[in-house]
Write a protein that binds this ligand. Structure first.
Ligand SMILES: [Zn+2]
Length: 200
């Protein structure tokens, strides 16, 4: 039997298929906007059709085998011949508000880079927070204009957090002496007894 090429499948057909049976509760998008917002991060983007079961693993080209994702989320989506994981991933990694997902990922990356959450350092007082958030919004939209949304990966956003914080406190942010990820890895691998560092 001849297959229908995926490219003729309209995005609205994919939305219509899933909105008929799948609950939008717990997704990053409302079905009403699902033809223009990424189903994972909820950002307005040029959406890509993402196979749920990869074409190369026998996934069909009908709407039942597609979700709509932005380029960044498409790259991170699970690529296995079992459709459960796409939906588990979509429903377990979203945030409840539009246009905040990647800022949140940037904050997580900041924590990896500097060992603490952004806007929480010893030189940062709480009164600075409203100004910091305002500057952050400005700097992120400026970066989007320069680079395009798809270029703002979590480490770029984390660096913008750091620049805003430094601009407000006048102090340079010092990275931690050792990486939090590596500490967790060593701990999980049994090399580290506690947070006090490697066993001697
Ligand atoms: Zn996305």
């Amino acid at each position: 039997m001849e297959r229908q090429p995926a490219r003729i499948l309209d995005k609205r057909n994919i939305v219509a298929y899933w909105s008929a049976g799948e609950d939008e509760c717990g997704l990053g998008v409302d079905w009403a906007e699902a033809h223009e917002r990424c189903w994972r991060c909820g950002y307005k983007s040029r959406l890509q059709r993402c196979h749920i079961i990869p074409h190369s693993r026998g996934g069909p080209d009908g709407p039942e085998n597609f979700v709509l994702l932005c380029r960044r989320c498409h790259r991170e989506a699970p690529n296995v011949p079992d459709s459960r994981f796409m939906w588990i991933w979509l429903r377990s990694t979203f945030v409840s508000f539009y246009d905040l997902y990647w800022t949140e990922r940037g904050a997580e990356e900041f924590e990896e880079m500097f060992g603490r959450p952004p806007f929480s350092g010893p030189d940062f007082s709480e009164e600075l927070l409203p100004r910091a958030l305002e500057l952050l919004r400005t700097e992120i939209s400026r970066a989007v204009v320069h680079w395009g949304k798809g270029r703002l990966n979590p480490s770029t956003i984390a660096s913008i957090f750091a620049l805003v914080e430094e601009g407000l406190t006048g102090f340079r942010i010092a990275p931690p002496s050792s990486s939090a990820r590596n500490k967790r890895f060593l701990h999980a691998a049994g090399f580290v007894a506690s947070d006090n560092g490697p066993r001697s």
